[in-house]
Ligand binder design. Structure first.
Ligand code: MLT
Ligand code: MN
Ligand code: ZN
Length: 306
């Protein structure tokens, strides 16, 4: 299978429209060596296939499709390689791109948990809005349920894992989590026998989650923040990383500690990187520490073949 990183940044993208933090101002002004990034999304297809699965629909989806012509094949007058959309949560950066896909001629097939579907019917009623355009064909995903495939993408088997995380800020269960607010997805290629573990929002690594990470050939995990208090120290927020559903990379028990415990052949990738994160600066000591640990920071357009 081929995994295309459509967007490697967290909500807001990089540089963020209203941000003058060191990274955002530096990449705009050319004083920091870093690559701009769009918001969190990946596309996965089997080796031989044209059609694939969009994981999360970011508000940057149209720009992402324009940048990757393979997502818009020319088999008929209106065409797309997006056979269906899988949502790992109902966050604004992962769901609002659904509206941009409204010109379809048939209902948009979406796979998500009941908790996320409820949020997208009520708190952020995108499903209701889309009813007036292409419509939505909503499929349930049970966390910790059996593997499933999407029609039109044979051989790519998905399995959802429940995560302890946070629902989106608009959700009625933001403070009191519901199982299914956040999932990780194990993406397996049946023919090749390979798999990837995908979790752009990963706050807590439970034993079953770590088992799934250990058995994957590649992990694409939450690289949002370097430190738990990153946004507080920059004066940009009152929230710690863990308050908003993210495990920081550094520190005791941070994401890098977990990645260091994976079997040595596992390929390690960070996705959903916030614009404040020093790892975006390619000349930073934090980025050098990742290189030494064998951890890759995803960039838009990167392809991972497994
Ligand atoms: C998050 O995952 O915390 C988001 O990136 C927040 C957002 O979309 O604004
Ligand atoms: Mn996000
Ligand atoms: Zn910034």
């Amino acid at each position: 299978m081929r995994i295309t990183i459509l967007g490697s940044a967290a909500g807001g993208g990089f540089p963020q429209w209203n941000c003058n933090c060191r990274n955002c101002a530096g990449v705009r002004g050319g004083t920091v060596r870093a690559k701009p990034r769009t918001q969190s999304s990946i596309f996965v297809r089997a080796d031989a296939g044209v059609d694939g699965i969009l994981f999360n629909a970011s508000p940057d989806i149209l720009e992402q499709i324009r940048a990757r012509p393979a997502l818009q094949p020319g088999r008929k007058v209106r065409d797309t390689a997006i056979a269906g959309v899988v949502l790992v949560d109902g966050q604004v950066d992962h769901a609002t791109g659904l509206l941009m896909l409204r010109e379809r001629g048939s209902p948009l097939p979406i796979w998500c948990t009941e908790a996320v579907a409820a949020d997208l019917r009520q708190g952020l009623p995108l499903f209701e809005v889309l009813r007036h355009y292409c419509g939505v064909e909503s499929h349930g995903v049970s966390p910790d349920g059996p593997g499933f495939e999407l029609p039109g993408v044979p051989g790519i088997v998905l399995r959802a894992l429940a995560l302890a995380g946070k629902a989106a800020p608009y959700s009625p269960h933001r403070q009191q989590g519901t199982p299914g607010d956040n999932i990780a997805v194990v993406i397996a290629d049946r023919q090749r026998g390979t798999s990837a573990f995908y979790a752009p929002g990963l706050m807590e690594i439970s034993p079953p989650v770590f088992d799934a990470m250990c058995t994957a050939d590649a992990v694409l995990v939450d690289g949002t923040f370097w430190t738990d208090d990153e946004m507080i120290r920059l004066g940009l927020s009152r929230h710690r990383a863990r308050d908003i559903g993210h495990l920081a990379l550094s520190g005791n028990g941070g994401m890098l500690d977990w990645l260091a415990r994976l079997p040595s052949p596992t390929r390690r990738f960070l996705i959903h990187v916030n614009n404040t994160n020093p790892i975006l600066d390619e000349d930073s000591p934090e980025r050098a520490a990742l290189a030494a640990a064998g951890v890759t920071v995803c960039e838009d357009g990167m392809e991972i073949v497994l």
